[in-house]
Design a protein around this ligand. Sequence first.
Ligand SMILES: [Zn+2]
Length: 204
Amino acid sequence: MNESPHRPPVPAREWVVGDDGWVHGARALPSPNFEARPEGTVPTLVVVHNISLPPGEFGGEAIGELFQNRLDCSAHPYYHAHLRDLRVSSHFLIRRDGALEQFVSCDARAWHAGASSFLGRERCNDFSIGIELEGTDHVPFESEQYGALAALVRILVARYPIEALAGHSDVAPGRKTDPGPYFDWPRLARDAGLADRYFPYRHR
Ligand SMILES: [Zn+2]
């Protein structure tokens, strides 16, 4: 490990990936927006995103409600009208304070990446785990979020044959911009103890 001397090490967390692909210690908010992964397909990729609802506002339950198809579109009609018929999900959301929420089992296919391609392999949802960070492209993420993300990535890499991590913008260029310019990839690599080969879009 190559911990930075300028900040405390990532604290250990009581998170364990259960046999059913749900992380014990995470807040479970099951989403109906998933399906089985294709036969014989295991997760080999982690896709990092950011999301906030309404955009730029943190806290509240709108993200979970969106993933559970129960977002009240009348509450914020300007922002939510275009989300009304959207069917999306992610495996995880890391809140601003580092709290972890899970919506879909890691063993199932969540609907987070959309039309996408990882180094030429299409349909990233088939073979990836999606992690949303509560945030935007326009403000830095919180230290608590990096700590939680590193801890989560460590247990996922230990459990699944993860070969790489990428941003949504890497696998859907021109269509998506998240996790955005403030996301600190070297910090994640350091804190999660991952070698350069896990980051093919940053070390080529
Ligand atoms: Zn995204």
